[in-house]
Unconditional design. Structure first.
Length: 229
């Protein structure tokens, strides 16, 4: 895994240079990319999103957003619609960061709470909530929404494929057969129940989605504008 992570880091640095050049924006997104890589790989390996990365990353997101506001527009709309005046640029950036952090973290926290009420067990750790606070501080409300939308969609697709693959491969077949001999159910039903409990790290998919929002979504939006005139 180590050389693959190093290669991925180098490729993302090259992509950042191609996308932003030698600018202040490149520094911001290089910092963000490093944070996302650390969190994504850590969650993939040990199912943990460390506070030692999330909270300093959140503070860095506020700092960078004050210097280079997210390409969001929510704070601009609120200022014009409700206060009929524009505050300084750094205030708009901080407001966009705060709105993004609040939206991303509270949306995941609400989803986790609802899941626990319905299923009676934990489905998401608070590390994902803290991670989205950090992501929202960098990307703003719109970017946080797209990250959650893409991350959960990709996670659902991969998760369903993984469960089907585990079941088809006969994963934990012996355990299911032993349980079946104890009259706990049919072996097929038990194998499906075991496979369906397999959990994937949401933080890894959120991280991948956040990188898509930074590096791919602006290009898609630009191409769409060209195609639509």
């Amino acid at each position: 895994m180590y050389p693959l992570v190093e290669l991925l880091t180098g490729l993302l640095f090259v992509e950042c240079y191609l996308a932003f050049g030698l600018t202040q924006a490149a520094v911001k997104w290089l910092f963000f990319t490093c944070l996302i890589l650390i969190l994504s790989i850590t969650d993939l390996r040990v199912r943990l999103l460390p506070d030692l990365v999330n909270w300093p990353g959140f503070a860095a997101g506020l700092f960078f957003s004050a210097l280079l506001p997210p390409n969001d527009g929510t704070a601009f709309w609120i200022s014009v619609s409700f206060f009929h005046r524009l505050p300084p640029r750094y205030v708009l950036g901080l407001l966009d960061a705060a709105l993004g952090a609040a939206f991303g973290s509270l949306l995941l926290w609400g989803a986790a709470t609802l899941y626990k009420l319905v299923r009676g067990r934990e489905g998401m750790g608070l590390g994902d909530v803290k991670m989205m606070a950090m992501v929202g501080a960098f990307l703003g409300l719109r970017g946080a929404f797209l990250t959650i939308l893409l991350g959960t969609f990709l996670g659902s697709l991969v998760g369903i494929a993984m469960i089907l693959a585990l079941y088809a491969s006969g994963w934990q077949r012996q355990l299911a057969e032993r349980a079946s001999r104890r009259n706990l159910g049919s072996a097929k039903a038990l194998r499906w129940a075991i496979a369906s409990q397999y959990q994937l790290p949401l933080g890894t998919f959120l991280g991948f989605a956040a990188l898509l929002v930074v590096y791919v979504e602006p290009q898609l939006r630009a191409h769409w504008r060209v195609l639509t005139g």
